[in-house]
Design a protein around this ligand. Structure first.
Ligand SMILES: [Zn+2]
Length: 533
């Protein structure tokens, strides 16, 4: 056997098994042999890996990379930490399907989280979008989800009302078309627009399509703060009623640590009725669009209508009142975190100078109330602002991390001053929490980053080191592998990543991207496993 690449003498963490010392030979993008003393003579490249850890490529279960490849397809923050596969379109937010008459509105809404993408969006349907994305040739493999918010906006626009029977049927059809095109999850973002306007019954109807394809529901639940128990209970009920698996996105409790224990207990109880997992990014701060601080009614009608309200004195007063007093059932992130704990991560001109400053500090400089300062920021930038909200202690993060159903999603958002999770997630999970602090065994951390994540998405060709699978590989130095990204200096790649390969091709070596972009887009067509009920 002649290999394109032979990695010799590594500690092999094969996915979900005990580590062993061995060699891995790669040929034509696949793992051709796993063993000991594999012949090196005719291998094109031999990497001596004594003392190093060899893992399957990591899988990011929550990636905001849906438009980034149009800007920089090398996806450097991801490959530099060992991610070789990313699940895109989380939080219900996707660039497709999109109504051709509304794409600039949708872009304005998504921009703070996903970036703007290409100058003009050339697509409408999910398959058209996936075609454009594949043509951008991303370095990692991007696996699509169907985003409920995109589907609802495509069918109903930004209206705040229940769908008609015909609209619900049209939404089911869009979900089905996305799943047939290869999407491996149905995502919801119930604090985002217009998904926040959907009641449980609508979610159940769409979840029934996911159930037919055997793919998980991936919700950003309606409330991650005071109302987190009700919000997670709602999605457990949706999954149970629809018969679909459930994978909760970025499990957390915003500002209410006493709710962590009952939340985990509720998930444990749900295991007897549904197939449930969750992911987490290993930090005690979140990051999302600043406009998520506004009450839901302020988003009705889409971004142009939101901006009109932000310029109207009466609507501004009503927003300020609702933020100060709260609304029943609404996740009031401003109140849960407080203006001193909310820091600007990205702001479009003319407010770029506010990046890195808290809402409290900005308000003080401008001599106004922090809620008024928030509304000014949104108006000045046409909503193009991202925040980092500090909501939990490290202890709380670790309590969730230790749970056996935990998997990993970076939730990485690209930008000038991103949340450190964009660069640090995998290295923090495996390097800091497992190898250094031993919160969980290294094999367990690798399983969560690889085999279990692949199984969750039904990606049968990756996630393990085994003959015949795709040669997505990460070579690490366990003595030095650690995240270096911080809130102050977020754009720092981890230490200790020796090499990363996607489909057998090097994408990262000794601190440098190779520039290769072998990843592609997951577009394996699929048919429903079960008929319509
Ligand atoms: Zn989210």
């Amino acid at each position: 056997m002649v290999f394109d690449l032979l990695i010799r003498g590594a500690q092999v963490y094969a996915g979900e098994a005990a580590a062993y010392r061995g060699d891995v030979g790669v040929r034509d993008g696949h793992i051709a042999a796993v063993g000991s003393q594999l012949p090196a003579e005719e291998a094109t490249e031999v990497v001596a890996a004594d003392g190093l850890m060899l893992c399957p490529g990591f899988i990011d279960l929550h990636a905001h990379s849906a438009l980034q490849p149009f800007v920089d397809p090398r996806l450097i923050p991801k490959v530099a930490q060992g991610f070789t596969t990313e699940l895109i379109n989380p939080d219900g937010l996707a660039p497709a399907p999109v109504d051709r008459a509304r794409w600039t509105e949708r872009r304005a809404y998504l921009r703070a989280l996903e970036g703007a993408g290409p100058e003009e969006w050339s697509w409408s349907s999910i398959p058209e979008y996936l075609g454009a994305l594949a043509a951008a040739r991303p370095a990692t493999t991007l696996v699509p989800s169907v985003g409920h918010n995109a589907v609802r906006d495509f069918v109903m626009g930004a209206d705040r009302r229940a769908p008609t029977a015909a609209e619900l049927e049209a939404m089911r059809r869009e979900v089905r078309l996305g799943l047939e095109a290869g999407a491996r999850a149905l995502s919801f973002g119930l604090i985002y627009m217009p998904g926040a306007f959907a009641a449980s019954d609508e979610l159940v109807a769409l979840a029934a399509e996911a159930a037919r394809f055997g793919v998980p529901l991936m919700p950003h639940v309606r409330n991650e703060s005071d109302g987190v128990l009700d919000a997670v209970r709602e999605m457990i009920e949706v999954a149970r009623r629809a018969g679909a698996p459930l994978h909760l996105s970025h499990l957390k409790v915003v500002g209410r640590p006493h709710l962590v224990e009952p939340l985990l207990a509720m998930i444990d109880r749900a295991r007897s009725e549904i197939d449930v997992t969750f992911d987490q990014y290993p930090y005690g701060a979140g990051s999302t669009m600043l406009s998520a601080l506004l009450p839901p009614w302020a988003h009705e009608g889409g971004p142009a209508a939101t901006l009109a309200r932000l310029r109207d004195p009466n609507a501004r007063a009503a927003i300020a009142r609702d933020v100060a007093q709260g609304l029943a059932g609404w996740e009031n992130l401003y109140r849960a975190c407080g203006p001193a704990a909310i820091v600007i991560a990205h702001a479009a001109p003319p407010r770029a100078a506010d990046v890195g400053r808290s809402l409290a500090a900005i308000a003080e400089t401008r001599g106004c109330d922090p809620v008024a300062a928030t509304m000014e920021l949104l108006t000045d930038t046409a909503l193009d602002v991202t925040m980092i909200d500090h909501y939990a202690s490290e202890d709380t993060v670790r309590a969730i991390f230790r749970h056996p159903l935990h998997l990993v999603g970076s939730d990485g958002i690209f930008g000038d001053h991103p949340h450190p999770r964009l660069y640090g997630t995998a290295a923090r999970v495996l390097g800091r929490y497992a190898l250094r602090e031993r919160l969980i065994p290294a094999e367990e951390a690798v399983a969560r980053l690889t085999a279990r994540a692949a199984d969750r998405l039904g990606l049968g060709d990756r996630g393990r080191i085994r003959e015949g699978l795709r040669a997505d590989l990460v070579l690490l130095d366990p003595a030095t592998f650690i995240d270096r990204a911080t809130y102050d200096e977020p754009a720092r790649t981890p230490d200790g990543v020796v090499g990363v390969w996607v489909a057998g091709r090097s994408v990262w070596r000794a601190g440098t991207p190779s520039g290769a972009r072998p990843g592609g887009v997951w577009r394996e067509p699929r048919r429903a496993e079960r008929p319509v009920l």
